[in-house]
Structures are given as structure tokens and as C-alpha cells.
Design a protein around this ligand. Structure first.
Ligand SMILES: [Zn+2]
Length: 144
């Protein structure tokens, strides 16, 4: 991991707030750059990070986020990637859950999910944790 960003070469995810000239509505956009070259944009930070990591992997470049808070650039790693999966609550519902890959790696035993159907918090059982761990590792190796 490079310690310092090189804005002429690295992958930069740049948050901008766009205002529609016609309606005056504001809209969040995350622009993607390789160096100074714009290569796309996304409507959520999670999607922008996902695309940024994929592009960074392909080009062998570090990825940085310029968030709505501005500078300094924040280094983005695979731990920042959002993982989506379907959990099973003790009452048999299957809420879909989103969390950061780094949280799965570092805090798997402390994870607690919320089921929107019954309003209960629950901890994933051993099998779910196993699946989750494997899911994150699998994504690691096949992601790029
Ligand atoms: Zn439930």
C-alpha cells in the first residue's frame, strides 16, 4: 500500500454534489478517475468503492476516496468493500444485510444483525458465520 496518493496516476473516487439546473434538486455522485482521466460515476459510495477497487486491481493502482468531507484522501482497501448477503433470523425471516468486508474479517464474532420483519437483533449462527467468512475470502480471490 502506497502511503501517499499520486493524483496523477492512482484511482480516485471523488464525491461531488450535483445540482440540477432545471429543478434545483441536489444529487450525490461519486466520480471515478484514473489519474486525471474520468472513467465513470456511481450513485452510491458503496458502488463507487466496488468499482474503484475493481479498476485499481485491474490497473495495479492504489485507490483513494475524496469524500464529502474533502481532503485528505482516504486510502480504500478491500476492507471498505460492502458485502451483501441474506441472513436467517431465529424466527425464520431472511433479511438482506450489508456490511463492510473488513468488519467480517475483524469482528465476525461480535456481529449482530437486525431483522426488519420481526424487529429483533440476532447474532449469526456458526454456519452463517462460516458462510460469511468463506464468502468474503472467496470474493477476495476472485474479485479482480
Ligand atoms: Zn425476523
Amino acid at each position: 500500500m502506497t502511503a501517499r496518493p499520486d493524483e496523477d496516476r492512482d484511482v480516485i473516487i471523488h464525491y461531488v454534489e450535483e445540482i440540477d439546473a432545471g429543478t434545483g434538486e441536489r444529487r450525490d455522485t461519486w466520480m471515478l478517475y484514473v489519474g486525471q482521466t474520468p472513467i465513470g460515476d456511481e450513485t452510491t459510495e458503496a458502488r463507487a468503492i466496488q468499482s474503484g477497487l475493481r479498476i485499481g486491481g485491474k490497473h495495479g493502482k492504489p485507490v483513494w476516496l475524496l469524500s464529502r468531507r474533502g481532503y485528505p484522501l482516504k486510502p480504500i482497501t478491500d476492507d471498505d468493500r460492502t458485502v451483501s448477503f441474506v441472513a436467517s433470523c431465529p424466527e425464520g425471516h431472511q433479511p438482506s444485510i450489508e456490511l463492510k468486508a473488513g468488519k467480517v474479517r475483524q469482528h465476525l464474532d461480535d456481529l449482530e444483525f437486525f431483522c426488519i420483519s420481526c424487529g429483533h437483533n440476532f447474532k449469526p449462527d456458526a454456519k452463517s458465520k462460516d458462510n460469511l467468512r468463506r464468502y468474503v475470502e472467496l470474493a477476495d480471490s476472485s474479485w479482480y
